[in-house]
Write a protein that binds this ligand. Structure first.
Ligand SMILES: [Mg+2]
Length: 227
């Protein structure tokens, strides 16, 4: 793989552990419903909520509609579910020291940018919560950009901001379609943060695969020119 000059990162489940945050939010959401649901139904509700969320892949409109429809006894419509989600989910994000130090080290050698889908306010709050609000040259959020991954235009916008050609940029993300397909269609190099996923048939293969973000540095080290 050629050596990149810039690294663009996905946020949720790449820089930030959304999976853990969402699990804690789901439990908290149902615990807050008090006597409207029995403890057993609260626990089942959290499990159901985590399942339909699908690591954030379900659109937020559908997520809110489905939750409101499944639990009419809570007296929440989709808009009220969205307000709760928007006000509280980000508060469950936690800093990961190994990621903070990795980003600090990479910033010495690469232009660093975040490209994330979501509302600008929520995504920026998450970056603040995990201690990475000031570590990037730019943060491109779909809610502000007007395009969302995998639309190649959001990647092109980010590259324009840092004035780097696609072939000199590496996109790092966990989602095979939004991140890897999208970035490769825009001509970037790609690194898939695999976790426990299986890569789907038909999507373009990533240039690099890591199980965890912290492996990125050593993998890049192999292809970086001597300094
Ligand atoms: Mg992600």
């Amino acid at each position: 793989m050629p050596s990149p000059r810039a690294i663009l990162f996905d946020l949720d489940n790449t820089l930030a552990d959304r999976r853990t945050a969402f699990g804690r939010y789901a439990v908290d959401f149902f615990q807050r419903q008090g006597t409207r649901l029995s403890p057993r139904h609260q626990a089942a509700g959290a499990d159901w909520m985590i399942a339909i969320d699908d690591d954030g892949r379900l659109s937020r409109d559908r997520f809110c509609e489905q939750l409101a429809a499944r639990y009419p006894e809570l007296g929440l419509d989709a808009a009220a579910v969205w307000r709760d989600h928007s006000r509280r989910l980000w508060t469950f994000y936690e800093p990961r020291p190994e990621v903070t130090s990795l980003v600090d080290r990479l910033a010495r050698d690469f232009r660093l940018t975040v490209v994330t889908n979501g509302s600008a306010q929520n995504q920026r709050r998450k970056l603040e919560r995990i201690g990475l609000a000031d570590n990037f040259d730019h943060v491109v959020v779909s809610g502000e950009a007007g395009f969302e991954k995998p639309d190649r235009r959001i990647f092109e916008l980010a590259l324009k901001m840092i004035q780097v050609c696609p072939v000199d940029a590496l996109f790092v993300g966990d989602d095979p379609m939004r991140d890897i397909l999208g970035a490769s269609q825009a001509g970037l190099l790609t690194c898939w943060v695999r976790g426990n996923q299986i890569f789907p048939e038909g999507a373009p293969r990533p240039d690099l695969v890591v199980d965890h973000l912290t492996e990125l540095e050593s993998r890049l080290g192999c292809s970086m020119p001597a300094r």
